[in-house]
Design a protein around this ligand. Sequence first.
Ligand code: ADP
Ligand code: MG
Length: 236
Amino acid sequence: MNSVELDQVSRRYGRITALDGVSLSIPAGSFVAVMGATGSGKSTLLQCAAGLDRATSGHVRLAGHDITRMRERRLTRLRRDRVGFVFQSYNLLTELTVRQNVLLPVRLGAPRRRGVDDSLDAVGLGGLGGRKVGELSGGQRQRVALARALITAPTVVFADEPTGALDPTTGGQVLGLLRRACDHDGVTVVMVTHDPVAAAWSDRLVLLRAGRVVADDPTPQADAIAARLQNVFQAA
Ligand code: ADP
Ligand code: MG
């Protein structure tokens, strides 16, 4: 079973072609890293795959549903019930507590498939549920975001530069948690990153250039990823 399928997906913004005929199948329980230069279409790929943006042409399947022409209301529900998001900027409400933030999807009607305490324990924040998010460090905030993404036991977590604002050590903790969600809970992870060390946590590496997939292989070691990126950029 695939969690995500893109079939010849293109996304144009006026005269700019952000994605140019991308086909990609992401099996359930895999961890895919998407890399490429700034402007190569990474975020657009993530948004189209996650049903946050619409392909201009081609087809997208998400968590077993063809979302290509799905109505907005149904798509919103599918995202809410089956998809988790983690962004570089955390997207948390800093005036609310950790617990309140983790429960936001549930407040919006998503199924609570795990307990809050269980979700917080899973990201090493057990006991911090009552703290205001505004009082936490960046690494702690990103772990709150992860707990919020995991409380619904989603089919897929989409992460756009989840460690972009973190130092290597805290970034490594967040990546270890994504890896664990994949290995332990069978969550599919699709992660955009600039960082070869972050990408090295994945099983599979997709490289984009000018909106096209130029490589799609098992993930090598970080130094080999860096070398491969050099090649892709030089060929641009
Ligand atoms: P990346 O995440 O790899 O940096 P993006 O997917 O954000 O790349 O962008 C790919 C291309 O599409 C870029 O040329 C960008 O300027 C363009 N683009 C992205 N979003 C929009 C938008 N909402 N309106 C117009 N152009 C956009
Ligand atoms: Mg981007």
